[in-house]
Design a protein around this ligand. Structure first.
Ligand SMILES: [Mg+2]
Length: 345
């Protein structure tokens, strides 16, 4: 098995702003695993909050290359087990390799990844579309540009969050969810939850910082009028148990947890605990979205619009048009990198 990496820059349609900052170009690393001419792809994006850069990931993969290239395979899970000790602090890269391995082994077996995970693609949830922080007029315009989606996730964390939501609610009867990205206190969360419930919002994602005092998190959980979903507070497998009693659900992202292999276990454990399940994404291309989409049969909510926020993609794969997630007709995760990208190795 050979390893190749592709550094890509993904331009966004609109500058994307959340409580922590703005982004107009997303840097990303595509990992390619190749065997007998069959190629699997995985993606990991740079991310300031998690301290990840494309350079750091590209350097680290060189360290893992001997292990990967010598791997006597046919299990992505076993490759993950072998790589985890080397990449314990580099879960974004581990996720990209794990996703590429699932894509490759699925293609070699002639099966979809979700089927190889034992999941049945049935009545899967639609994805929400994310509206980044902007002036209210611009946020209304962004909603109107994507009027066909059944659910929207509104990024909040301003001094006028309720007004933003109120005005967007006047524009649509679709499902609204909000994500404060750690921007609120416990008191704000509780107060906002009641106002947002009046506006028929479905849930609040990560209102408090991940390091907020436990008593604040518990008070927000117990007194909120709306369900609270953990994102920054639920990164890795051991976080799922910690979220029980502090959150009503978890948002798993492959980059945070280290790939499909641990993500599957996190979702299964969350369901055992009675937590709602969601898979989210970074601003990322169809390579990353196609991997995350394999877990859809386990989800209550999906937030897989990362590639829909881009002005230019780098691959064919799972599509998320108007929120409806459609599998690729290729096996594995269904990814085929554009030739314009593979030619740049
Ligand atoms: Mg979030």
């Amino acid at each position: 098995m050979k390893v190749h990496v592709h550094r890509v820059e993904l331009p966004l349609q609109h500058e994307f702003t959340i409580a922590r900052g703005s982004l107009s170009v997303q840097k990303s690393l595509i990992v390619e695993l190749e065997h007998d001419g069959v190629r699997g792809f995985g993606e990991a994006t740079a991310h300031a909050y998690y301290g990840v850069t494309v350079d750091s990931m590209a350097n680290s993969i060189d360290r893992c290359r001997p292990l990967i290239e010598a791997f006597g395979f046919d299990s992505a899970c076993e490759l993950w087990n072998q790589l985890r000790p080397q990449l314990v602090d580099e879960l974004f890269l581990l996720a990209a390799i794990d996703s590429a391995a699932h894509d490759l082994f699925g293609k070699l077996a002639g099966r979809f990844t979700h089927a190889m995970l034992g999941l049945c693609w049935g009545d899967v949830p639609q994805s929400s579309f994310t509206i980044g922080i902007d002036t209210i007029d611009r946020m209304i315009e962004k909603l109107a540009e994507r009027s066909g989606w059944s659910a929207y996730k509104i990024k909040l964390g301003t001094d006028h969050d309720i007004e933003i939501t109120r005005q967007l609610r006047q524009e649509t009867s679709a499902t609204l969810r909000v994500d404060a990205n750690c921007g609120w206190t416990a008191d704000e969360t509780i107060a906002n939850s009641h106002a947002l419930k009046e506006l028929d919002v479905e849930f609040i994602e990560q209102p408090l910082p991940a390091d907020a005092p436990i008593e604040d998190q518990r008070r927000a959980f117990e007194e909120s009028a709306l369900p609270i979903i953990a994102d920054e507070s639920c990164r890795i497998e051991s976080d799922v148990e910690k979220c029980d009693g502090l959150f009503h659900g978890i948002n798993v992202k492959l980059s945070k947890c280290g790939g499909i292999t641990p993500g599957l276990r996190m979702l299964q454990r969350a369901r055992e605990l009675g937590l709602k399940t969601m898979v989210g994404c970074m601003v990322e291309s169809t390579v990353g979205i196609s991997a995350a989409a394999q877990l859809l049969p386990l989800l209550d909510y999906a937030d897989l619009d990362g590639a829909e926020l881009l002005a230019g993609d780098v691959a064919h794969g799972v599509s998320v048009a108007d929120g409806v997630v459609r599998m690729s007709d290729r096996f594995g995760n269904g990814v085929e990198l554009f030739e314009s990208v593979t030619a740049r190795v």
